[in-house]
Structure formats: structure tokens, C-alpha cells
Design a protein around this ligand. Structure first.
Ligand code: 5RP
Length: 256
């Protein structure tokens, strides 16, 4: 377990996870129509990839030397009636066969079906425990829910109590409260694409308030220059760069 966690969270205690799992409920999202074309130039700068088994098997060359956090929850889509009512979509045997370093599962606290997602998540935590594979809980947020510190602290704490080894949540005002209440490492999702400067500021704020890193997708691969952006994000996470310094890196590396 510790060995696998150390592949995801690096020796400095930080991580830049590249989330490219969006297709499992969004289909061919902008920027990920041809996954490997987008992912390949980013691999040297990512500490690990978060994706589904379909993309891992079909699009990532097996010799690629990067840890994988495998999304094992799904079952609903952006056009279906129950977005994020997710269950287990991949067996532990397949995750082991795919040689992954971690499993990722979304829970939806506060939704009508929260119990289904939390119980399925607890099964994944048991599987992970049996085989020494850490589990990243994703605190998904329904369309009508508020992403504030009260809600995200509750969801993150529940994830940790059930057995998560790491939590992926959203950045919010008073983010330090989310960190204080969560006894396992926290990474932030990037969320919808925002200007690069703002995404770097958000990553910086999250790190300053105690996040161990980011699990960022759209704000990297939908950037006008994804390689420049991931290099700038790395500087914030691993080198304590300020948002201004990081934006300068983005510009120098060819970003707008
Ligand atoms: C949904 C997810 C996404 O699939 C993805 O990983 C989010 O990344 P980003 O918001 O940075 O694009 O976790 O709950």
C-alpha cells in the first residue's frame, strides 16, 4: 500500500495528477477526442494519470512509464436521468491485471442515492485493502448542490471515514476547513476550464491551505498550450511558485 501511494504522492509529499477520465460520462470531451494525442506530450510532466480501463487498454502504450489511478466508478452519463449515480464498473482482478497504483471512485453525498454510492465505495475500499491498492475518493457534486466548505468538508470526511486513502474534492472559500476535517491527503479537481491565470491561482491557494496537489484535467488539456500549462502547475505544486511566477512559466513555455 505505501509503495503504491509513494508512486502517486511523490517524495516531497506532493502530486500533479493528470485527470483524463472524463469520457466515462461525458464521451469524447473537447481536448480528449484522440486521447493519446493529447496525453503523450503531457506524460513527462504528470506524476500519474487518472483514467478508465478502456482508455488505458486502447490508447496508452503499455510501455509508458507512469503510475495509473484507475477510475472504477461509473454507470451514468451526462445525458441520462441520474448523473453521478455511480456503481462499480471494473473488477479488482482487472485493476490488478492492469498493474494500477490506485483506484478512484466517486461518491455523491447528499443526493437521493448517496447510500448506493457510499456502499459501493466501501466495497472498493475493502478490495483495495485486500490487495494493497490505495483508493482515491472523488467527492462528486450534483448540479443543484453548493460547493462550499461546509458541504465539501462533510463529503471529504465521510470519504476518509469509510476508508479513502486520498480524497479528490473542489477548491472553495475557507478550504482550510476541508483540510482540517480530513485525515487523509487531499487533491483538488480543476473543474470547468477557466483562464490559466485563475487556474494557477486556485492551485496555489489550495496548496497554501494544505492540499497535497491537484488532480487536474480540463484546465490542463483544454488550455491553449497544455504542455506550458502543466509545467506551470508543476511549478506551483512542487516548487512553491507563486501564481505570478507560474503564469510567467506558462508564457515563457509558449502559452498566450
Ligand atoms: C468527475 C471527475 C472528472 O472526470 C475529472 O477527473 C475532473 O477533472 P477536472 O475537473 O480537473 O477536469 O472527477 O467527478
Amino acid at each position: 500500500m505505501k509503495n503504491r501511494i509513494s508512486k502517486i504522492i511523490k517524495a516531497d509529499g506532493k502530486t500533479v495528477m493528470l485527470a483524463v477520465d472524463h469520457g466515462y460520462f461525458l464521451g469524447p470531451t473537447t481536448g480528449l477526442e484522440k486521447p493519446w494525442k493529447t496525453i503523450e506530450p503531457l506524460v513527462p510532466y504528470a506524476d500519474c494519470l487518472m483514467l478508465t480501463r478502456g482508455i488505458l487498454r486502447n490508447c496508452i502504450p503499455p510501455e509508458t512509464d507512469i503510475p495509473i489511478v484507475l477510475r472504477v466508478s461509473g454507470g451514468t452519463s451526462i445525458v441520462g436521468p441520474e448523473l453521478l449515480h455511480e456503481g462499480i464498473i471494473t473488477s479488482i482482478e482487472d485493476a490488478i491485471r492492469l498493474n494500477v497504483s490506485g483506484l478512484a471512485f466517486s461518491i455523491l453525498v447528499g443526493a437521493e442515492y448517496e447510500r448506493d454510492t457510499i456502499l459501493a465505495f466501501s466495497e472498493i475500499c475493502d478490495f483495495g485493502q485486500d490487495y494493497g491498492i490505495p483508493v482515491l475518493a472523488v467527492t462528486a457534486v450534483g448540479r443543484e448542490m453548493v460547493r462550499d466548505a461546509k458541504y465539501l468538508s462533510l463529503a471529504s470526511r465521510i470519504a476518509a471515514e469509510i476508508g479513502a486513502h486520498m480524497v479528490k474534492t473542489y477548491y472553495c472559500d475557507e478550504f482550510e476547513k476541508v483540510i482540517e476535517g480530513c485525515p487523509v491527503p487531499v487533491v483538488i479537481a480543476g473543474g470547468k476550464k477557466i483562464p490559466e491565470k485563475d487556474a494557477l491561482q486556485m492551485a496555489y491557494n489550495a496548496i497554501q491551505k494544505g492540499a497535497v496537489g491537484v488532480d487536474m484535467g480540463r484546465n490542463i488539456f483544454q488550455s491553449s498550450n497544455p504542455v506550458a500549462m502543466i509545467k506551470a502547475v508543476r511549478a506551483v505544486v512542487h516548487e512553491n511558485a507563486s501564481p505570478e511566477e507560474a503564469y510567467e512559466i506558462f508564457r515563457q513555455e509558449g502559452g498566450e
